[in-house]
Design a protein around this ligand. Structure first.
Ligand code: NAP
Ligand code: HSE
Length: 431
């Protein structure tokens, strides 16, 4: 029997315990498929006395994950602690320097340091694998780096944060305001320790930046992802969008345009009958578009112990089988520095605003739009409960407009003297 592949596991939380359970439950199946046994030799977490849902008695314990990464009886270092600096970064660097391969679920670490780590790994002849870092159990990294390797990727899109999709679909289905559902999500334990990572779009932006690097052969550039969270999405907009045949999603889009690389993670309206529009609850969906293959839709659990550990172990099996690919699908030294697009591709927009219900009010707003070069496609006046009797709520759907023109028109609305409060603008994405 060939020598076992020996794992050092740093992190024994949701994902780490899931990894232990799969290694123990499927030892025979994994050995058969990998052609050699896969065993855990040592583990690390902060609190050794904590009760965990796994038998750790056969494993050495290291309090310091850097020491774990350097152990002679570890071939592959699995980093499932989290955090983009601190122990996650130090131990990953230590593992590479000590000649170990690395598997990680940590999108924050790679979004911030992915290029430097990939250069370090490849110059040391090591691999870093991160299937679990994007969309949990969905094999999207494998799809991009292997299944679609011969395609020029035209666009990557997706709903990549389950918590945000849970909040938005729950608001819609139960007719509840954001604040109430946010609190529900907190009670259910869905939110990250820093909730802004979820609802601020940061976690999903990290994931998009990793997909974008593979898809377009560019260095990871999370700093250039346009980010907007879901905190300002109101139940009114969700309901109006639904009446018009749309759903509101926190949607990631990455594409190369004539103006540069566009990466954005923002709330968008998508058609209700599209696969993305129909996505419910905490599920993730990634849509990949290649010039030869057309559109591929991947859907599944984006988080949770089993799905995420499944992805970690898929990477481990590849290493056990001797599959060694560049971290981002091509040698890191050949990845181009991205040229970020200064603004997003023009799109139709949904605009909602309350106006004083008096003669000429609509005309003044329409003039602002016209002067900004924006053409109106549809307009409707809504009878909105709770709105003062002398106000009218109006919704415009524009023809394709540049984001800068929409922003300019919005900046002109207050001077009309007919706008009440603020106008809301949400992009409508063709998916
Ligand atoms: P978690 O439940 O909070 O577990 C983190 C683990 O890391 C804990 O066992 C903790 O030890 C350990 N740890 C933290 N700091 C440490 C340190 N300085 N030294 C040693 N151990 C340390 O986190 P998780 O949900 O499993 O997530 C782990 C990683 O996977 C993160 O990067 C996350 O973004 C990513 N991920 C998670 C999911 C998911 O569904 N949870 C999905 C995809 C990706 P103690 O237990 O002793 O406190
Ligand atoms: N907070 C993340 C989510 C966990 O809600 O999708 C998985 O990355």
């Amino acid at each position: 029997m060939p020598a076992p592949l020996r794992l050092g596991l740093a992190g024994l939380g949701t994902v780490g315990v899931g990894v232990v359970q799969i290694v123990q439950r499927h030892a025979d199946l994994i050995a058969a498929r990998a052609g050699r046994p896969v065993v855990i030799t040592a583990v690390s977490a902060r609190d050794r006395s904590k009760n965990r849902d796994a038998d750790l008695s056969g494993y050495a314990w290291e309090t310091d994950p850097v020491a774990l990464a350097r152990r002679d009886d570890v071939d592959v270092f699995i980093e499932v602690m989290g955090g983009h600096d601190g122990p996650a970064k130090a131990s990953t660097e230590a593992a590479l320097a000590a000649g170990k391969d690395v598997v990680t679920a940590n999108k924050a670490l790679l979004a911030h340091h992915g290029h430097a780590l990939a250069l370090a790994a490849e110059s040391a002849g090591r691999v870093i694998r991160f299937e679990a870092a994007v969309a949990g159990g969905i094999p999207v990294i494998k799809a991009l780096t292997e299944g679609l390797a011969a395609n020029r990727i035209k666009r990557v899109m997706g709903v990549m944060n389950g918590t945000c999709n849970y909040i938005l679909t729950r608001m819609q289905n139960a007719g509840l305001p954001y604040e109430t559902v946010f609190e529900e999500a907190r009670q259910l334990g869905y939110l990250e320790a820093d909730p802004n990572l979820d609802v601020g779009g940061i976690d999903a932006g990290h994931k998009l930046s990793l997909l974008s690097a593979i898809a377009f052969g560019t260095q990871v550039s999370f700093d250039h992802v346009e980010l907007e969270g879901i905190g300002n999405v109101s139940i009114d907009d969700i309901n109006h969008a639904a009446e018009m045949g749309y759903r509101i999603k926190l949607l990631g889009v990455a594409q190369e345009t004539g103006r540069g690389l566009e990466q954005r993670m923002t709330p968008c309206l998508v058609p209700a009958d599209s696969p993305l529009g129909q996505l419910q609850g905490g599920t993730n969906m990634v849509v990949l578009e290649g010039d030869a293959v057309g559109q591929i839709v991947l859907r599944g659990a984006g988080a949770g112990s089993g799905p995420t550990a499944s992805a970690v172990m898929a990477d481990v099996l590849d290493i056990a089988r001797g599959i060694r690919l560049p971290v981002f699908g091509q040698p890191a030294a050949t990845l181009r520095a991205p040229v970020p697009a200064k603004s997003a591709t023009p799109a139709p927009y949904y605009l909602r605003m309350a106006l004083l219900d008096k003669p000429g009010a609509l005309a003044k707003i329409a003039t602002c739009l016209g002067e900004a070069g924006i053409s109106i496609d549809q307009m409707r006046q809504i009878n909105q409960p709770g709105e003062a009797d002398d106000n009218a709520v109006v919704i415009f759907v524009t023809h394709k407009a540049a984001p800068a023109d929409i922003a300019h028109a919005q900046s002109q609305f207050p001077a009309t003297g007919v706008l009440v409060g603020q106008a809301v603008a949400i992009r409508i994405e063709a998916v």
